[in-house]
Design a protein around this ligand. Structure first.
Ligand code: DC
Length: 217
């Protein structure tokens, strides 16, 4: 079983996806880490983030072990990721890994939850359940701002908001696998609800799908 969770930055999709995976004992993949890893490789190699060929070369050399690099959690990695994520060669290089992960989840798990921008539209258009998690950009920027301050990282709200708007714009307007809502996705707006309420909303269609599949067996 595949659960696809898409949405913009800081919408809460990662928290939801991880909780769904834990609840069902499914494998979980944060696909943003793939693009963050490639972005950081380009930076580390001293190449330009605007150089599509350099980004594709980095993507082809990408080792999933890099996803453990703590630098990938930083905003610099997020910005770098968003800049290389529109390169078709980068997306093609990441496709197989994601499809294999979902189709043959590690540790023999019975399903997988993947979160990203194009999981339900491009990677698994036939996913069993598609969720699109969103929130108002000002709410998302507030969340990120608080998170940074909480980690002891200096942060200016106006700057966080501006960077988030720029990233949204890039992720939505690129021609290769832009962030869009799949027609069959269930939209969960987390602007005014807490994590628990969002989790209940997300689990409802997943549990319904599981019981329908069990009945059909
Ligand atoms: O989810 P995130 O914030 O870690 O993603 C970082 C960037 O990576 C995001 O701005 C766009 C890109 N990305 C993507 O293009 N496709 C995905 N499936 C996941 C992330």
């Amino acid at each position: 079983m595949i659960v696809a969770v898409d949405g913009p930055a800081a919408s809460g999709k990662g928290t939801l996806a991880r909780r769904i995976a834990t609840k069902l004992d499914f494998a979980y993949l944060d696909t943003g880490l793939l693009y963050r890893g490639v972005g950081m490789m380009v930076v580390d190699r001293g190449d330009s983030l605007d150089d599509a060929e350099a980004a594709t070369r980095a993507a082809l050399a990408f080792d999933p072990a890099m996803m453990d690099d703590p630098r990938l959690r930083e905003d610099a990695a997020a910005q770098a990721a968003s800049r290389i994520a529109g390169v078709p060669g980068v997306r093609a290089a990441m496709l197989d890994f994601q499809r294999k992960f979902g189709t043959f989840p590690p540790e023999g798990k019975k399903g997988a939850v993947l979160d990203g921008r194009d999981i339900g539209t491009v990677i698994f258009p036939n996913a069993d359940v598609k969720l699109y998690v969103t929130a108002d950009v000002t709410v998302r920027a507030q969340r990120r701002h608080k998170e940074l301050l909480g980690r002891g990282t200096p942060s200016i709200y106006a700057r966080v908001l501006q960077e988030m708007q720029e990233r949204d714009q890039r992720d939505r307007s690129r021609s290769a696998a832009p962030l869009t809502i799949a027609p069959d996705a269930i939209v969960i707006d987390t602007s005014t609800i807490d994590v628990e309420a969002a989790f209940q909303k997300a689990m409802a269609p997943v549990l319904e799908k599981i019981s329908r599949q069990n009945r059909a067996q």
